[in-house]
Design a protein around this ligand. Sequence first.
Ligand code: MGD
Ligand code: MGD
Ligand code: SF4
Ligand code: MO
Length: 700
Amino acid sequence: MSIQWHKSTCPYCGFGCGLMVGVEQGKVVKVKGMEDHPTNKGKTCILPANYPPIFTDKDRLKHPMLRRDGKLVPVEWDEAISHVASVLRQIIAEHGPGAVAFYGGAINLTEEYYLMNKLMKAAIGTNNMECSTRLCMASTAVGFVSTLGADAPPACYADIEKADLFLIAGNNMAVSVPVLFQRVRASKEKNNVKVIVIDPRRSATADIADIHLQLKPGTDVPLNHTLAHILLKEGFVNEDRVEHYASGLRDLKALVEKYPPSRGAQITGCPENQLIEAARAIGSAKAMLTFWFQGYNHSSQAVYKNNTLHNLSLLTENFCRPGAGPLSITGEANAMGNRWVGSLAHLLPGMRMVANSQHRKEVADFWKIPADNISQAPGRSIMDSIKGLHTGDIRALWVMTTNPAASIPNTRWVTEALGKAELLIVQDIFHPTETTLLGDVIFPAAQWCEKTGTFISAERRIELVQAVIDPPGEAKPDYEIIWLMARAMGFEKEFPYTSPEEVFEEFKKITKGRLCDMNGVTYERLRGNIGPQLPCPDADHPGTPRLFTDWRFPRPDGRAALLPRDYKAPGDTLDEQYPFALITGRLAGQFNTRTRTGRSPQLNKMAPDAFIEIHPEDALKLNISEGQEAEISSRRGSFRLPVRLTDRLLTGTVFIPWHYGSALWVGEGKSVNLITSTVCDIHSKQPEYKFSAVQIRPVS
Ligand SMILES: Nc1nc2c(c(=O)[nH]1)N[C@H]1C(S)=C(S)[C@@H](COP(=O)(O)OP(=O)(O)OC[C@H]3O[C@@H](n4cnc5c(=O)[nH]c(N)nc54)[C@H](O)[C@@H]3O)O[C@H]1N2
Ligand SMILES: Nc1nc2c(c(=O)[nH]1)N[C@H]1C(S)=C(S)[C@@H](COP(=O)(O)OP(=O)(O)OC[C@H]3O[C@@H](n4cnc5c(=O)[nH]c(N)nc54)[C@H](O)[C@@H]3O)O[C@H]1N2
Ligand code: SF4
Ligand SMILES: [Mo]
């Protein structure tokens, strides 16, 4: 029998490479890049290419399970669903809807987030609905809303071939988005593009930099202010033109006046002449494209880092034209869909806000419910829900497509909280994961290629990912599990769906007239074709590559905002006892909590186990050598790892890859989140994974 090829989109990062999935005798046997896809032109990184064993792994969940006498036992779907519905109804009757919370991931389908929003925010009546986007892109979203007036990433991938300067800040794309990195490198070579990398580590991405600003961790805001100071002082800013499309110039000038190169150098540790060289490169660029990622968002100053980077683009007119602007890449495959459906506790579907009464009314009218049914207070962020489990204010948590027991900071605090839930529902494709091990109820889910629905990529491109094989055993698509649960809770009328296409057709109506308008999209249009970039308001609309090309922004005065943001040092403080700044981040061979990649033999061989990187000078002082075990402690706990020496770090900083938990075979206590800081950005509520104060001791 020959291989049947089907078009799909990558289920890992949000760059959204087009893929071809090869199926033979009901099994996925091969995954390769789609030759004529505009995003990747046939290329892929190693992640999707190594997907086939992940479909058939022995740990795939095949039956619902309930915990009885401490043990998870398989049950029928009917029993699992009616049990969960009755416990949820009872908790809501006794403690109100606010005692229930939902926490999802960012690789679900747009349709699934829509259903969950409707179930939680309309039917049950609580805004306690969150997704792992809180840990990932929440700050980028808040950054866009404050600077531009909407969470609307303006640039597109075609800008990569049109820019003459790439400013890459806190984004190790060589590891985290390798196909993007290949495009960036190719454009650099072909078009002689200059590259500035801002990262406290000499990362693989920094290897192609013309200027690498190796700043002290957490000092991006003063660095950006210093660059703005030089741009203004050296006459690179046409103030009249800027005033035309951006407000706030006077206040920004007053603030950055206080950041001359000497002060910038002192705070960031970057040499003065290098800061001047970087600012001049920005000032002289014809088209600057900026990239940033978790080096920004995983910070207590995350939103301010975003705002002050956008200040640089706005000051230099690097916006709204080919090759210029902020090009935000999203973390997980459908992180963009997730944001636009409103899968955070302060959002509503179609780029709307809970706190806005007009938005609440529009959504309530659409759902044909009284406006008061949507609570006017934003719900709990996931960090607040964990606190709520500790205090008893949250009684039930439904976790779907995310692994909080491994990915939220301060693991002991998280697992204790999950243990206190009266009802912990975990909906995943595998058991064990760190979180399924704690569940009271396990729902087995179908995954990518086993269900149909839409993903939206970082450049706002919507694509259909289709079911091409059957899920194992009794596993069901997440959308079906949600509508079965909703009906069992008494919402038959509101959840009459029989297919994801019906859900999409309903959802798209509420995007009408919004920047995420998808009314020109149908499954039929997407089937077998490259999807359009949103907004795409009607059937013959070709899609929208770039936003705000008329330099008008969705803010009250039509201008974008230059924002004067004060600098604050990271939340966790270094002292004599905890003198090292711990940075956590990614490896090419593993993805997030590695429930998938850790089950691919090839990927696991590449990146089998955790380690700590230390600068050789620090190692000498600590009397630690390459390969030796070290004990790493923070104010929250401690664990042990083998040491690797590297001068790619600054002295005083250390790096640990964060993928390794306890549920797969690396054993207990390898998860760096045992020791990471729970300090969050107050504006985005996103944790500061990139700065924890730690101590290191050799283990003899
Ligand atoms: N192979 C692989 N690819 C992935 C993932 C994966 O797990 N594995 N995960 C996906 C997801 S969900 C995401 S969100 C992305 C994340 O992708 P990235 O954000 O690119 O990855 P990270 O390694 O988390 O962090 C990026 C860089 O930030 C730097 N950094 C740390 N502190 C600071 C600081 O204060 N300032 C600056 N400027 N930089 C700093 C780090 O040294 C690091 O090199 O990757 C996606 N792609
Ligand atoms: N220390 C530290 N911690 C971090 C980070 C860091 O850099 N450092 N990065 C943060 C970031 S950026 C992110 S995005 C988060 C990610 O944190 P998580 O969301 O917890 O990470 P994943 O491993 O992607 O979890 C996805 C889960 O969904 C399951 N799954 C896969 N497909 C499906 C499906 O179709 N349906 C269902 N129901 N389940 C499915 C997988 O088996 C897995 O358990 O972690 C954050 N945590
Ligand atoms: S770069 Fe991202 S989207 Fe492309 S193949 Fe790799 S993980 Fe998938
Ligand atoms: Mo992420």
